[in-house]
Design a protein around this ligand. Sequence first.
Ligand SMILES: [Fe+2]
Ligand SMILES: [Fe+2]
Length: 166
Amino acid sequence: MSSKTEKNLAYAFAAESKASARNSAFALRARHDGYPQIECLFRAIAEAESVHARRYLNFIRGKIGTTEQNLEAAFNNEIKANVEEYPKLIKDAADDGIKTVEEAFTQSRDVESRHAELYKKAMTDMLSKRQTTYYVCQVCGYVSEDEAPDNCPICGAVRVKFKLVE
Ligand SMILES: [Fe+2]
Ligand SMILES: [Fe+2]
């Protein structure tokens, strides 16, 4: 594949991923503003942009491997975010004196190590085929196994802020 197209696939993947996240945020705002039909539209198009993103990712060499390889890649990405990427972002936010963003980056950094832990566990559990449900904190992204905690250990959000993924 020509390198121009490879670059464009990477660009399209990133752009579609962003569009999906943006539309999901717009959907939540529409719900908050009392427009359930508009919420539904934003969610549908967010889903569609995800379809695009996945489609392009599939063309990018080496990005999707076997499940064992993907667990390892996902684990490594979380560690990198925790150890290298977020610390830089946290420092810049602190330098700029923007406390709210510094706190958000700090919580994300802490949540990433939790994500890494879950991937690590899954690498072993794949063998035992353990069935687990997950609850995701809608404020900070902390993931809890089997049940939602009374309060999020990272951001303190109450139980109703957790969304079930099964
Ligand atoms: Fe993560
Ligand atoms: Fe949280």
